[in-house]
Design a protein around this ligand. Structure first.
Ligand SMILES: C[S@@+](CC[C@H](N)C(=O)[O-])C[C@H]1O[C@@H](n2cnc3c(N)ncnc32)[C@H](O)[C@@H]1O
Length: 232
């Protein structure tokens, strides 16, 4: 078999690119602010200390959506570094608009697949926290393989977190909450901060309500938070 005869191996991604239109404001913000806050996969391993001009606890959020809760958290914890990863450009435009308008110096952002960024750009044992709030739930059983929380993903995060660092997830879809629990209880090197098999008792005070969560609340959905600590 020659290389040309090989079937094309398509990567299973946790997102589909939506053909959403950007508002003029979002587009302008992206054009003007990217140079100041943007990071790129092609730049390779990130030098966190140089990028933020300080050696501090670093929080990485995957899929910040429209970004309001992400920016709120960065404002509330100016002593920490915040790296956001999102592929939805209108959300990035909006998030950067707030970052610039409200002068939030501790934010940087990638606009590529979080799994690739983690693999290629984030040094081992460099993160204090990884946040994954309301990831795409992929409701249908045949789509469950697209859910970002999988054993392999947990081990990727384990390699990037410092010992004692945390992986904080939240979802409003019960079946995904159970899936997260099953994966993380089986994942080596992590301990459930609420106790084996337990969800957090309500929304932790440091996590603001997100846009997607508000939508779930209007639909009468519950919310499940899970926090796992890297123990080795
Ligand atoms: C359901 S939305 C939730 C957004 C936000 N966290 C909130 O709660 O409002 C999930 C987001 O994750 C992003 N996403 C999914 N997989 C991703 C990946 N592999 N890398 C970066 N972003 C991703 C999607 O573009 C989407 O905006």
């Amino acid at each position: 078999m020659t290389d040309q005869d090989q079937p094309i191996q398509r990567k299973i991604r946790s997102f589909v690119m939506r053909a959403t239109r950007m508002t003029d404001g979002q587009k302008k913000s992206l054009d003007q602010n990217w140079v100041k806050y943007g990071l790129a996969l092609a730049e390779g391993e990130l030098d966190i200390q140089k990028t933020f001009s300080k050696d501090a606890d670093t929080v990485l959020e995957i899929g910040f959506g429209m970004g309001d809760s992400f920016v709120d958290m960065a404002i509330a914890a100016p002593e920490k570094n915040f790296i956001g990863i999102e592929v939805h450009l209108p959300g990035i435009g909006r998030m950067l608009n707030r970052t610039e308008t409200e002068q939030v110096p501790n934010i940087r952002c990638y606009k590529e697949d979080a799994v690739e960024i983690l693999n290629d750009c984030i040094a081992d044992s460099s993160l204090a926290t990884v946040q994954l709030f309301f990831p795409d739930p992929w409701h249908k059983k045949r789509h469950h393989k697209r859910r970002i929380v999988q054993l392999e993903f947990a081990q990727l995060l384990r390699s990037k977190l410092k010992t004692g660092g945390t992986f904080h997830m939240a979802t409003d879809w019960e079946n995904y909450a159970e899936h997260m629990m099953d994966v993380m209880e089986a994942a080596e090197g992590f301990e459930n901060a609420a106790g084996v098999g337990k969800f957090q008792d309500g929304r932790p005070a440091h996590r603001p309500v997100t846009k997607f969560e508000k939508r779930g609340q209007r639909l009468g959905h519950g919310v499940w938070d899970l926090i796992y600590t890297k123990v080795d």
